[in-house]
Design a protein around this ligand. Structure first.
Ligand code: AMP
Length: 221
């Protein structure tokens, strides 16, 4: 079986996380989200968590060196032997260069979503404190306001989903992460999805379907 080493690239709020979860489950490979790893560290108040908490709340990027060493360690775990989905990493050309020194990437899936739609989705996002399930106040509301349907946990708004942080994250994306589109296109690894679909119709299912089609084309299934 071919190793599925895949990167999901795209602005915050484009649905990478939700799609990554579904693909990971289907192909029995891990979803590796640097954002989730950092959030977990903040929650547990570890040394790493203390280092990154304020940076994340401001919507800025954690330094490359720290992020790369964390990913390197994670990718050395045995559960990555059939591949992995990187969600939210790399976020700078520096990180991508570092990654290329120890991993061979098969494809980079580029998510597209206009800025107004990103802001609408992120500012309405609510997350379960207990199980991490994701809701949206109008698109996908819980049955009972503020309470998770799955586990009864309390829903909250991520501090970086407040409007000021969203704007900062979009600015950081444009300046530091979007250059990766040309970087990977130049290496013939880039696959664009959701380019011809109305923003409101871009659901995780639609993204997943397109990703599966790319996998088939690449002989990864
Ligand atoms: P995400 O959940 O992917 O939106 O990430 C949340 C936050 O974690 C980002 O706004 C950054 O502060 C930090 N972060 C996640 N991934 C990276 C990365 N690859 N490089 C630097 N910072 C990151």
């Amino acid at each position: 079986m071919k190793k599925i080493n895949i990167i999901l690239l795209g602005p915050p709020g484009a649905g990478k996380g939700t799609a990554a979860k579904q693909i990971a489950e289907k192909h029995s490979i891990p979803q590796i989200s640097t954002g989730d790893i950092f959030r977990e560290a903040v929650k547990k108040e570890t040394e790493l968590g203390k280092q990154v908490k304020a940076i994340m709340e401001r919507g800025e990027l954690v330094p490359d060196e720290l992020t790369v060493s964390l990913v390197k360690e994670r990718l050395a775990q045995p559960d990555t032997s059939n591949g992995y989905i990187l969600d939210g990493f790399p976020r700078t050309v520096n990180q991508a260069e570092a990654l290329s020194e120890f991993q061979e990437i098969k494809a980079v899936i580029n998510f597209n979503l206009p800025e107004e739609e990103i802001i609408r989705r992120l500012s309405g996002r609510r997350v379960c404190k207990n199980c991490g399930a994701i809701y949206h106040i109008t698109d996908f509301p819980p049955k009972k306001e503020g309470i998770c349907d799955k586990c009864g946990g309390e829903l909250y708004q991520r501090p970086d989903d407040k409007i000021e942080s969203i704007k900062k994250r979009l600015e950081v994306y444009k300046e530091q992460t979007a250059p990766l589109i040309d970087y990977y296109r130049g290496k013939n690894l880039l696959y664009d999805i959701n380019t011809t679909i109305e923003p409101k119709d871009i659901t995780p299912e639609v993204s997943v379907k397109q990703i599966e089609e790319i996998f088939e084309k690449l002989g990864l299934t």
